[in-house]
Design a protein around this ligand. Structure first.
Ligand SMILES: C[S@@+](CC[C@H](N)C(=O)[O-])C[C@H]1O[C@@H](n2cnc3c(N)ncnc32)[C@H](O)[C@@H]1O
Length: 222
């Protein structure tokens, strides 16, 4: 999968160089290109923001540098994503759909956002991380890339995906590792019984109990 990230702050993307995503890039499963929108500004000082017409607090990203940056990477079939409070909230269904794309282009907003003509010039999907406001689109872009990459073949094992929260509409069951006892707390006997059928049964029950406790809304969707 090819991912182009258009941003005023490419240095913010250092976390993508580590761990699972970093390895997926190194092995060539993912190609992530960081493109600095400022390089496309035709302003003599490379300015990329200006005051909003009509007044109001803060600055707005100007449309020209973003327009030229998108044009420099866009190819037929590419999907342009703008993380924004305006979009629908990200969920696992959307993540899986995005993982089937060959080419994603992320445009990271900053300041008060971006001149509305950007959305008139391109077919852009806006995706929100939730009903709150962040300072920029860099963090949400990394969250979307991270969640989507997990569904790209070869990034993590199929088994890991199958047993994860939301994969069957429920939350994952509780998990334990060594030591078998810590501060007087013991690992449930069933998990060390070696009886795989009983382990499966226990996990299904626990998954349901947890979902009822923390996310009743998920049960209504079943
Ligand atoms: C300070 S915010 C702008 C908020 C905008 N003025 C508004 O009220 O909707 C700057 C940028 O952060 C990103 N952003 C902020 N909150 C977000 C959220 N909940 N989900 C996804 N992106 C978000 C967007 O790219 C946005 O353009």
């Amino acid at each position: 999968m090819k991912i182009d990230v258009l941003t005023l702050f490419p240095e913010a993307f250092a976390p993508l160089k580590t761990s699972i995503i970093g390895r997926a890039v190194e092995s060539g499963i993912l190609e992530i290109n960081l493109i600095n929108i400022r390089d496309f500004s035709k302003d003599k000082h490379k300015k990329c923001d200006d005051y909003p017409f009509g007044g109001g607090a803060g600055m707005l990203m100007t449309v020209q540098p973003v327009f030229d940056a998108v044009k420099s990477v866009f190819k037929d079939g590419a999907k342009i994503i703008f993380p924004s409070p305006v979009g629908e909230t990200l969920n696992v269904k959307k993540v899986e759909t995005l993982s089937e794309c060959d080419h994603l282009i992320f445009v990271c907003g900053h300041y008060e956002g971006i001149d509305e003509r950007f959305f008139q010039l391109f077919d852009v999907e806006q995706i929100s991380l939730g009903d709150y406001v962040l300072t920029g689109g860099e963090l949400p872009t990394m969250v979307i890339i991270d969640s989507v990459a997990r569904f790209v073949e070869g990034v993590i094992s199929k088994e890991s995906l199958e047993n994860e929260s939301f994969s069957n509409g429920l939350l994952e069951y509780p998990q334990f590792t060594r030591p078998q006892e810590f501060e007087g707390l013991k690992v449930p006997d069933v998990l060390i019984s070696g009886n795989h059928q009983e382990v499966d049964k226990w996990r299904k029950e626990q998954s349901l109990i947890r979902t009822k406790k923390f996310r009743k809304d998920l049960l209504k969707k079943q």
